[in-house]
Ligand binder design. Structure first.
Ligand SMILES: NC(=O)c1ccc[n+]([C@@H]2O[C@H](COP(=O)([O-])OP(=O)(O)OC[C@H]3O[C@@H](n4cnc5c(N)ncnc54)[C@H](O)[C@@H]3O)[C@@H](O)[C@H]2O)c1
Length: 275
């Protein structure tokens, strides 16, 4: 039996994580903590959990796994505490606000004690697309396109930390939504390096609402030496498809970006004609 402590009683913890954790037979959620005491108590009462009184991260009760579901900018002290205790951590995305921070956190945990919530790797089209890149039945991959628009958060809330610059730190569509598709692009292609050749961000105050970029993905044994061009556009401002397209030498395939998305051929803009 694994004991899990939950830090953050916000939307993602109560709508997504807790319903799953509470039905897992080998998991026991032993406590919940939020800096907002009302939230701690409400979520604890609703789920029959122990509510932890206001305290510093170092005073949080022990657990086997700590779920860190608070905004990225305020996670530092939790990472300090749990890395020192050698407690495993499942950190919600986004994991860090920079590559330097990403490495600094990663180095403090043994690899098997650190997990992140990039669940799109488990969408049904991700593995087949990855296999097509690796086994090349349609020839070498030559171009990838990702477009996504009318999504905010998995909990379907578009307020809270997103518009709060103190909590979100560089928050906006790139970090909230874009991190998932960029992660999947790297996962599918096996690329270990990238080069943003053109990039445009549209800001609304501190929040970026649109990013369009041309990115060269490289350093993968599955890609040509010249790499692969990724046309990338993720936007809260434009109407476009929620799709990922892979052009190979001999064929083009695409998939809707959703958990049960299928790998299809045909015109992306007319899904009813696709096979
Ligand atoms: N909502 C989603 O769909 C979604 C999806 C994936 C990842 N995430 C990530 O999960 C994190 C939380 O998202 P959310 O939607 O639940 O936000 P939310 O604003 O609903 O909840 C965040 C909670 O964190 C608490 N909090 C803030 N600072 C704290 C601290 N120092 N110690 C303890 N609690 C603290 C707040 O009181 C709040 O209850 C964010 O980093 C977000 O990027 C959210």
């Amino acid at each position: 039996m694994l004991s899990v402590g939950v830090i953050g009683a916000g939307d993602i913890a109560r709508k997504v994580h807790l319903p799953v954790l509470l039905i897992m037979p080998d998991v026991q959620v032993t406590w919940v903590f939020d800096s907002n005491l009302d939230r701690t108590c409400t979520v604890a009462k609703a789920n029959g959990l122990r509510a932890v009184d206001p305290c510093s991260p170092a005073e949080l009760p022990p657990c086997d796994v700590a779920l860190i579901a608070i905004p990225v900018r305020v996670r530092g002290a939790c990472c300090d505490t749990f890395s020192a205790r050698e407690t495993a951590v499942l950190a919600e995305k986004r994991f860090a606000v920079s590559a330097v921070e990403h490495l600094a956190i990663s180095e403090r945990f043994e690899p098997h004690r650190l997990a992140r919530g990039y669940m799109r790797r488990f969408y049904s089209s991700t593995r087949p697309l990855r296999d097509l890149v690796r086994t090349r039945p349609f020839g070498r991959p030559v171009r990838m396109k990702i477009s996504e628009w009318n999504r905010t958060t998995g909990s379907h809330v578009d307020r809270s930390y997103l518009d709060d610059s103190r909590q979100s730190a560089l928050g906006g569509i790139l970090s909230e939504l874009g991190c998932h598709s960029l992660d999947v692009a790297l996962f599918i292609t096996g690329a270990r390096a990238f080069d943003a050749q053109a990039c445009e961000l549209v800001f609304d105050g501190a929040v970026d609402r649109k990013i369009s970029a041309t990115i060269r993905l490289a350093e993968s044994e599955y890609l040509p030496d010249s790499g692969l061009c990724l046309d990338y556009c993720v936007s809260w401002l434009d109407r476009q498809t929620n799709t990922m397209t892979l052009e190979f030498e001999n064929y083009t395939v695409w998939s809707e970006i959703r958990p049960g998305g299928e790998v299809r051929t045909g015109d992306v803009s007319r899904p009813s004609t696709a096979t």
